[in-house]
Design a protein around this ligand. Structure first.
Ligand code: NAG
Ligand code: NAG
Ligand code: NAG
Ligand code: NAG
Ligand code: NAG
Length: 788
């Protein structure tokens, strides 16, 4: 599952895109001196000349900018699928035959002068495909004395001819390491294309990168095939990679992609739910731009998809939507229901009641019932213009139709709380609870915030205890309650709640909750306890609210000779164990050039609920280590999916053990560290429970390392099966082994993740199912590949 994301940020700048290809070389193009390897943001100055309107394609970091949109809580509730997700698989494969690829000339066997060479080659052709990778490499090494470039090329082409693609790839990798190796553009292209057609995107990418590193531009076919391979992979990050290759195809290669390729990539970009797709807008606009400038036909879904993406932006570009609608009209394309819902969504964000009502009427004229999102957007637009009662009217309309969604409840409660309509908010909330719809949490947050603002602390307390019964309150809800307790001076209870938060790993304390309790202690004059919180906050590097700091300075000056001694950072035992577990699960460490300082790169998958839950916990766990740029000013807002620690020599030990030379490895002493907590975090970060109830853990590193782990698990009475695919090992714990494994790790599994007995890491399970097709029942093939 390793996808190159580093390539995302940079692209090689081609000095002259306009150079006609025919001038370069005869049957293949290789511009050794034309390409400069410059690391620059995706769109080069040259590129921009060709592409005037669209700014740089969003880097993956804009994914992190996805914040929960307070104005429209409804969106979390929308259909899990994008309206444009169907049919995203019909890829541009049909176009393959028309694509140019360089002709490859290889000598036939009988053209070779020496008889012995012919028979040796013929023997290798027969033998190699039958052997496992290790033996294959040994066999090849034994031929070093006589084998040359042409012989190896013959072998590779022969293997491809007889469809032994893997063998061909291995011989190619072996050949590259030989001193006589010469880069052969046509051969590399053929190999890359075979790999890509088989959807082996990482192998195809490897050869593709080789071609570029040789200073050549890959052929049109390779670009096309690699993009299609990425688009058909179910692995996270592949759409981004496909986009990178697509952009390079145009900017570096100067090739015009086929219509079907534009359309396939576009479909992939809009195939996830709106909140996950919205950062693809710039790339989608870029495809639109390419379609227009190359005079290709624009399918109606391109317009629909673009308007849909625009409607999900935090700041809606009204003009752009208007111009897209105008173009649609000129092209004679009717606005379908989905498009109108998008326009309603956008109008709601813009507070444009007139436009919203217009779209509403048009949607109504279609057959079928009004989508519940439409009600929600209409409520929101009226709230936006200060008319909560009209919003309530719309809600009642839904009620009559008996079609209230939980998003509708959330929205109307949010609106009523904002306008401090206490009685109405309470009565709608009662209906919400009775309806058994979920989730209740956002509505509880709104209610409690309102009670707090209105100093209705009794009501707030009642709401909190009700919330404890109905759902699991999170840190936000606990903090509001804590704040209320401090406000009314009930410090004993506040202390109790604070310590509950501290001991519950899933809730945890944050800068905000610490500041709240600190203010309580300072107000009540309990300086001893205030100092203790202060120490905790120093340790976690939480910012102290400035007004509290003044008071605290005074308190500390009474008791301490020296104020604010610098705290030296040290990982606690728990932090160390969690780190080891996460590293086994695939967490990355980045080292500086001299390998003096290292930082931990925390990265979580957005469409995996386990990760979503884990990231909050990990964020607070390592708060004192986080890079200032990763720290949020308000720790109760949503935690990003990617953050990193400061670069520190302290991590040297872990870097040397787990990431020597910048690649993942399994430490020699790993058997000493496989504690239950380590296993639990490994599982939560890089594992999954498959439908059968068995566990699968992902692991990267050497064979010896994996053997150590397997042995060590066996010593803990758990036998496991191992599968290897490429550089990834999968450790399977089956049957009673799985039961025992769960017993061991359960105490360390976050509460929210315990309930989900089903596969909780869908993304991984999909990968297990589809990409890797792992069948632990068959004989273990852990030594299927020994190279790379
Ligand atoms: C090898 O690759 C070609 C083209 O990519 C494909 O048609 C063929 O099925 C592959 N062979 C095997 C054994 O998978
Ligand atoms: C708690 O839940 C609310 C409502 O779902 C959400 O807005 C908030 O971000 C959550 N807080 C934390 C710390 O997860
Ligand atoms: C509470 O008051 C603050 C500040 O006046 C305001 O920003 C916030 O929106 C209010 N919250 C509610 C739920 O009324
Ligand atoms: C435990 O794992 C071993 C090795 O994979 C396997 O042979 C055995 O059947 C497993 N136990 C059960 C009850 O499935
Ligand atoms: C994985 O395969 C199993 C059995 O074939 C199936 O029940 C399950 O739904 C699949 N899971 C995913 C995520 O595709």
């Amino acid at each position: 599952m390793s996808i190159r994301t580093s390539a995302f940020a940079t692209v090689t700048l081609l000095r002259s895109l306009t150079l006609p290809f025919s001038q370069c070389h005869n049957h293949f193009r290789c511009w050794n001196y034309v390409i400069r390897s410059l690391s620059i943001p995706t769109y080069s100055a040259k590129g921009r000349r060709q592409l005037p309107r669209i700014p740089a394609f969003a880097s993956s970091s804009s994914v992190e900018a996805l914040v929960y949109d307070r104005d429209s809580p409804a969106e979390s509730e929308e259909p899990l699928c994008s309206p444009y997700s169907n049919g995203a698989e019909e890829f541009a494969s049909a176009d393959l035959k028309h694509l140019g690829a360089p002709a490859l000339e290889v000598k036939e066997l009988d053209e070779l002068p020496e008889q012995w060479r012919r028979s040796k080659l013929a023997w290798l052709c027969k033998e190699l495909p039958a052997h496992k990778p290790g033996t294959l490499i040994r066999l090849l090494n034994a031929q070093r004395k006589w084998m040359k470039q042409d012989d190896a090329a013959y072998l590779i082409v022969h293997c491809l001819r007889i469809r032994e693609n893997e063998t061909a790839f291995r011989v190619y990798k072996w050949m590259m390491q030989q001193h006589w190796y010469r880069f052969d553009y046509a051969l590399a292209t053929k190999l890359a294309d075979y790999m890509g057609k088989e959807r082996k995107f990482s192998k195809c990418r490897e050869v593709f990168d080789d071609i570029i590193n040789q200073g050549c531009v890959p052929s049109e076919s390779t670009f096309h095939i690699l993009i299609v391979a990425y688009l058909s992979a179910p692995v996270q990050g592949c759409i981004e990679e496909a986009s990178t290759i697509y952009n390079r195809m145009i900017q570096l290669g100067g090739y015009p992609p086929r219509l079907s390729l534009h359309n396939s990539l576009f479909k992939a970009l809009v195939s996830k739910p709106g909140d996950l797709s919205k950062h693809h807008l710039k790339q989608a606009e870029f495809i639109y731009h390419n379609l227009v400038t190359t005079g290709l036909e624009l399918h109606k879904d391109i317009y629909g998809g673009l308007i849909w993406l625009h409607s999900y932006q935090d700041t809606v570009d009204k003009e752009r939507i208007m111009s897209l609608r105008k173009e649609m009209q000129q092209a004679g394309i009717e606005e379908e229901r989905e498009v109108l819902v998008s326009i309603l969504r956008a109008s709601s964000k813009l507070g444009d009641v007139m436009e919203a009502e217009r779209s509403w009427l048009k949607i109504k004229s279609f057959d079928g019932s009004m989508p519940s999102q439409a009600f929600v957007y209409k409520m929101e637009v009226y709230a936006k213009v200060g008319n909560p009662m009209k919003a309530l009217e719309i809600f009642r309309e839904m009620e009559q139709l008996n079609s209230i969604s939980s998003a509708a409840y959330q929205t109307i409660i949010g609106i009523l709380c904002k306008f401090e309509e206490v009685t109405l908010a309470e009565s709608v909330m009662a209906g919400f609870i009775k309806s058994n719809l979920k989730p209740l949490k956002p509505a509880y947050v709104d209610l409690m915030n309102m009670f707090f603002n209105l100093s209705l602390h009794d009501k707030l307390e009642l709401t909190f205890s009700q919330c404890l019964e109905k759902c699991k309150p999170n840190r936000t809800i606990y903090s509001i309650y804590l704040n209320s307790l401090v406000k009314v001076g009930n410090l004993d209870r506040a202390e109790e709640i604070f310590s509950q938060m501290q001991t519950n790993g899933e809730i945890g304390v944050s800068a905000r909750s610490c500041n709240i309790i600190l203010s309580g202690y300072l107000l009540s004059g309990d300086y001893l306890k205030a100092e203790k919180i202060y120490d905790l906050m120093c340790q976690k590097k939480y910012d102290i609210d400035p007004p509290l700091m003044e008071k605290l300075d005074y308190v500390l000056s009474l008791s301490r000779k020296e104020i604010k001694k610098p705290v030296s950072l040290k990982l606690s035992k728990e932090q160390r164990e969690i780190l080891v577990g996460l590293l086994l699960g695939g967490l990355e460490i980045e080292s500086d050039e001299g390998r003096k300082n290292h930082r931990i790169q925390f990265e979580f998958h957005e469409d995996c609920s386990t990760h979503s839950c884990l990231r909050r916990h990990v964020y607070e766990q390592y708060h004192e280590w986080l890079h200032p740029a990763s720290k949020l000013s308000d720790s109760d807002t949503d935690i990003p999916y990617k953050f990193c620690t400061v670069s520190h020599s302290y991590f040297g030990f872990y870097a040397d053990q787990f990431w020597p030379r910048g690649h993942p490895a399994i430490p020699n002493l790993i058997h000493r560290w496989l504690s239950p907590r380590v296993l639990a975090y490994w599982y939560m970060y890089g594992g999954c429970r498959i439908s059968s109830g068995d566990f699968v853990l992902k692991l990267k590193g050497s064979r010896e390392g994996v053997v150590k782990i397997v042995k060590s698990l066996r010593e803990k009475s758990m036998s496991c099966k191992v599968k290897r695919k490429g550089r990834v090992y999968w450790i399977g714990l089956l049957g009673s082994n799985a039961t025992w494994f769960w017993k061991l790790i359960e105490p360390f599994i976050l509460d929210d993740l315990k309930d989900s007995l089903q596969a909780d890491n869908l993304n991984l399970e999909k990968a297990v199912n589809e990409t890797y097709n792992i069948n632990f029942d068959s004989q273990s093939d852990s030594d299927e590949e020994a190279s790379s």
